[in-house]
Design a protein around this ligand. Structure first.
Ligand code: 1HE
Length: 264
């Protein structure tokens, strides 16, 4: 019997395109501010992705990707509840970052606060020209709570994050691309098509390779060198031992597989 799809909040939509799932933040009237319902909905969604989904594209409705934390929920939290609230975000975003499938995020408009933390927990980021980034937590008297202080310094450096938080400055799409917040910069309206194309490409990798890239690579990068080399050898050996890897190498040697050519 086919499993019934999980019940998602109105603020999230999912659509299947073959091996790809397109996830949409769908609360444009609140600029896709992330409330508890949406964050927990993301948890359900990622925990119940069908095995046939090999990659996800995450994008958003309206003029902005996300205005970050829903500030209307924050105003009623005690300190203890605040710790639990941040812990929820950590758990959910960890599940996305270290989940089963790579996630390609398509950004536009405001990508601020918790919205940037969400994007940073995904694997590939595309910015449309309208994208701008900020960490307004500093000026709101709060702090990042969705893993931003762990993930963002690894992308852009502690020093840049200090500047973003202390001064409330924004980076435009070009600046974001230059400092490493996005991997691809595209014209307005072109992000989703690019995201789907990249996700389709990612979905053709072996699941072993995608697992190694998502789970082993970031851990290796944080290990000391000696441990990293051991972990790399083990990961490489496991990946190449896979039957599908053997078939792919054989296909290349028999001139049946694509060559590596310039893409852009
Ligand atoms: C919101 C939120 C929100 C909009 N929480 N309701 N994030 C921020 O500090 C960013 C706050 N938002 C903004 O600066 C602006 O809304 C935007 C630049 C993103 C968009 O501006 P605009 O003119 O298109 O929309 P708007 O009129 O400001 O907002 C439309 C509605 O969305 C309005 O509600 P309405 O009932 O009056 O129509 C806004 O109140 C509502 N809205 N943003 C709640 N963020 C885990 S820790 C993470 C910590 C953070 O993320 S702090 C950063 C919070």
């Amino acid at each position: 019997m086919a499993k019934r799809p999980p019940k998602l909040p109105k603020s999230l939509k999912v659509e299947r395109r073959g091996a790809i799932a397109i996830v949409t933040l769908a609360r444009p009237e609140k600029r896709n501010a992330l409330n508890d319902t949406t964050v927990l909905g993301l948890e359900t969604l990622f925990a119940t992705l069908p095995a046939s989904v090999k990659a996800v594209v995450l994008h958003a409705q309206g003029a902005h990707f996300s205005a970050g934390l829903d500030l209307s929920e924050l105003k009623i939290l005690s300190t203890e509840e605040g710790i639990a609230h941040s812990g929820n975000w950590h758990r959910v975003f960890h599940q996305i970052e270290f989940g089963r499938v790579p996630v390609v995020t398509v950004m536009h408009g405001a990508v601020v606060g918790g919205g940037l933390e969400l994007a940073a927990a995904t694997h590939i980021r595309i910015a449309e020209r309208s994208t701008y980034y900020a960490l307004p937590e500093g000026s709101r008297g709060i702090f990042v709570g969705g893993g931003g202080s762990v993930r963002l310094p690894r992308l852009i450096g502690v020093s840049r994050m200090i500047d973003l938080m202390l001064t409330g400055r924004t980076y435009n799409a070009e600046e974001g691309q230059a400092v490493g917040l996005s991997h691809y910069l595209v014209e307005d309206g072109a992000g989703l098509e690019k995201g789907i194309a990249l996700a389709k490409r990612v979905a053709t990798n072996t699941s072993t390779t995608n697992f190694a890239v998502m789970h082993a690579l970031p851990r290796i990068a944080e290990q000391d060198r000696a441990s990293g080399y051991v972990m790399e050898s083990l990961t490489a050996a496991i990946a190449q031992g896979n039957e599908e890897a053997k078939n792919r190498v054989k296909a290349f040697l028999e001139k049946r597989a694509a060559k590596v050519t310039r893409t852009s």
